[in-house]
Write a protein that binds this ligand. Structure first.
Ligand code: GDP
Ligand code: MG
Length: 163
């Protein structure tokens, strides 16, 4: 019975890229088009010797449960509610956008602990977004680059107390 981490965040921030890196198999579909991950995908992840179940989520835009995006949102909400910790990912280059703030509000209303991750933090383009990230109310973000494999030790440190 492995502990579970659910990755949540708006489309295109790099959730599936991190999922793929931690699972080590290309289970999740990664694409430049926002919203390409249609289903919740799960895999067994390993991070510096820490083993856990990881869930990649998609969709948080639409509340109507009768619609496809609404069902995706319901899946995302269920995945987070059932997880030991939510890994809330934003794009450090883009900064905080309204959907990030909406997700943050929803996460604060729930009981699942949250680790905030600012992805795409390689290079200097990320600096402005990192400052904005504090506004989300989850403290200092873990800076990482899922694509380049940077920041994994910091991610490990933040996840460890919850797993
Ligand atoms: P998702 O929609 O949140 O699952 O995002 P994806 O994992 O599909 O990634 C969306 C895009 O961001 C892809 O083009 C990725 O290659 C790119 N991406 C992911 N992680 C990083 C990163 O650390 N740095 C940069 N520069 N691009 C990234
Ligand atoms: Mg995805």
């Amino acid at each position: 019975n492995l502990p579970t981490v659910a990755i949540i965040g708006r489309p295109n921030v790099g959730k599936s890229t991190l999922f793929n890196r931690l699972v080590g198999k290309r289970l999740a579909l990664v694409d430049d088009m926002p919203g390409v991950t249609r289903d919740r995908r799960e895999g067994d992840a390993s991070l510096l010797g820490l083993d856990f179940r990881i869930v990649d989520t998609a969709g948080f835009e639409e509340e109507d449960p009768e619609s496809l995006p609404g069902r995706m949102r319901a899946q995302t909400e269920a995945a987070v509610a059932g997880a030991d910790v939510a890994l809330f990912m934003i794009d450090a280059r883009a900064g905080v956008v309204p959907l990030d703030a909406e997700i943050a509000r929803w996460l604060r209303s729930g009981a699942t602990p949250v680790v905030l991750v600012a992805n795409k933090a390689e290079g200097r383009a990320a600096e402005a977004g990192l400052i904005e990230a504090y506004e989300l109310g989850f403290g200092e973000p873990v800076q990482m680059s899922a694509e380049h494999g940077e920041g994994l030790a910091d991610l490990f440190q933040e996840l460890l107390p919850h797993l």
